[in-house]
Write a protein that binds this ligand. Structure first.
Ligand SMILES: CC(C)(COP(=O)(O)OP(=O)(O)OC[C@H]1O[C@@H](n2cnc3c(N)ncnc32)[C@H](O)[C@@H]1OP(=O)(O)O)[C@@H](O)C(=O)NCCC(=O)NCCS
Length: 507
């Protein structure tokens, strides 16, 4: 064993570099390591011929690529640790409020009493939305998915604030921090109002105006639930539970939607458009839409007895166990632990949800099965949040909306940090091109039919089929007409019909 002095000398002489030998040329390169990271551009110098482009890093899905430096959220996926600006998530969920956490994420420190008062007042003074936005929302179909309404309305908001649009007001406008703050107040203030309008639209009730004397989550529940009462007040246990859910969903470093926020913002577009884009990424079933997918999965399983059969389908890769697995956590998601406690508080108030029995047994069986153990698949935040939302009486399609409201605080924290980063560049990844090159353009008449044409066959609805069997006069050469009916296999067709009509998946 080396003595402490020898150890120190070793440390002093240590070089923070990799020496890489290119076996094609025999050349050796020294690549600096900073923060356990190498710069991918340093690999460009690896070339076989001087005229070559140079070596790129291939990383589909960004498994091991850092695209920015950040001081917002820390995750240790192996140990199940999550911290916002250095504070453990467990402590924030227990002691803090969502707005306090939003301030922490965006501005870097917990606010003092006075800062918190100003922050709350500013946000609650920005909860009203323009009447034209309300008219626009009323134009959606009666059964429009509330997430589609939220995304569209957020995107439309950019047209209401030309002063906030760099395309109109100048690329550098967000060097002005006051202008930046204004958009933060507007987005965080108006999102719950938009979400509540989308919900009320879905259930066919008039939209409620915000009540700014309430807290953030209290006002949201009020806008969702008030009917004709003049003194309606949501139950404090529900308000607190929702606030905790908002805290644990507020940020999660570079998840898909936050990476999307950074990517879109790198073009310097306005924050409303960027938030709409981030929310679109969150909508997908592999991200924020997973909560919704978990609920649909539990409902489809139906009984505890069906679980082994379902897990066997998962292991055959015919089904996916939604709410399990995570790109970063390779142990129990700390947020899922917090949620298990909140679930109990909600059950004590509103009664037990029968899906909980299926969820607990599903978790137990999966965690004792080598398929899930070997792949380090544990429950993630979506596994229990769906049951909580359902027990609180939210329809399943509201789940991604309930995720988007708090996550906007994280998106905005990354927007602020990204725009002030001296290393910010427009996001523009590279590709490995494997396609054809240098073809000669053939005139239309001389081209052979290509098997690619099969791709033009699409699903036929009942309406299409009814029209297809009727006489249609083509105004162009019929030999070029697209085939009249879908030629997909019977299974494919029935699967898509099943999807369109929302029937249960069969196990
Ligand atoms: C979150 C998720 C997209 C991460 O994906 P990822 O990091 O790309 O992980 P991979 O898809 O490479 O998964 C690694 C292995 O575990 C399997 N796996 C991952 N999640 C799984 C799941 N939920 N159910 C069944 N198998 C799963 C994969 O099939 C793969 O198996 P293989 O090695 O035999 O091919 C993925 O775990 C998933 O789809 N989970 C369900 C959706 C969900 O809950 N999303 C919310 C995340 S907060």
């Amino acid at each position: 064993m080396s003595s402490p002095v020898e150890q120190q000398k070793k440390e002093e002489g240590k070089k923070n570099t990799f020496t890489v030998i290119d076996n094609r040329t025999g050349k050796s390169f020294e690549i600096p390591i900073t923060n356990e990271t190498v710069k991918s551009i340093d690999f460009r110098q690896f070339k076989e011929q001087q005229s070559d482009f140079g070596t790129m890093i291939y990383d589909p899905g960004y498994y091991n690529t850092a695209v920015c430096k950040s001081q917002i959220t820390y995750i240790d996926g192996d140990r199940g640790i999550l911290e916002y600006r250095g504070y453990p998530i467990e402590e924030l969920a227990e002691k803090s409020s969502f707005l306090e956490v939003g301030y922490l994420l965006i501005y870097g420190d917990l606010p003092n009493r006075e800062q918190l008062n100003v922050w709350q007042t500013k946000i609650m003074n920005h909860t009203f939305i323009h009447e034209n936005l309300i008219s626009m929302m009323k134009g959606f179909r009666y059964d429009a998915h509330p997430m589609g309404m939220l995304i569209s309305t957020m995107s439309a908001m950019s047209t209401f604030y030309p002063d906030a649009n760099p395309s109109l007001a100048g690329v550098d406008i967000y060097k002005n921090k006051q202008l930046m703050n204004k958009q933060i107040f507007r987005i965080l203030g108006k999102l719950p109002t938009i979400a509540a309008c989308a919900y009320r639209h879905r259930i066919g009730r008039p939209y409620n105006d915000p009540l700014n004397t309430f807290t953030y989550t209290e006002n949201f529940l009020y806008m969702l639930d008030r009917l004709s009462e003049t003194n309606y007040k949501p139950h404090p246990t529900l308000t607190r539970a929702l606030d905790k859910l908002f805290i644990i969903h507020a940020d999660h470093e570079l998840n898909c939607s936050t990476a999307t926020m950074r990517q879109i913002s790198s073009t310097l577009v306005d924050p409303y458009t960027a938030v709409a884009g981030a929310a679109s990424a969150l909508y997908g079933p592999l991200h924020g839409g997973a909560t919704e997918a978990v609920l649909r999965m539990l409902e489809a399983i139906g009984t505890v007895e069906n679980i082994p059969n379902f897990l066997s389908l998962v292991k055959q890769k015919k089904q996916r166990l939604m709410g399990f697995g995570h790109r970063v956590y390779k142990s129990y998601d700390p947020r899922a632990k917090i949620l298990k406690k909140v679930t109990q508080e909600i059950f004590d108030l509103l009664g037990m949800n029968p899906l909980m029995k299926i969820a607990v047994e599903l978790e137990r069986l999966a965690l004792s099965d080598s398929y899930f153990i070997d792949r380090q698949l544990y429950p993630n935040v979506d596994f229990y949040s769906g049951i909580i939302y359902k027990s609180m009486g939210f329809p399943t399609d509201m789940f991604p909306v309930l995720f988007s409201i708090p996550r906007a605080a994280g998106w905005l924290a990354h927007w602020v940090e990204g725009l002030s980063d001296p290393e910010l560049r427009i996001f523009r990844p590279r590709q490995v091109y494997l396609g054809r090159r240098g073809l000669t353009y053939a005139p239309l008449e001389s081209r052979q039919a290509s098997p690619q044409n099969e791709k033009l066959v699409s699903f036929s609805s009942g309406f299409d089929r009814r029209r297809d069997v009727s006489e249609v006069l083509y105004s162009f050469d019929e030999s070029c007409a697209i085939p009249k009916t879908a030629t997909g296999s019977k299974n494919q067709l029935s699967a898509s019909i099943e999807q369109s009509f929302g029937e249960k998946l069969s196990l």
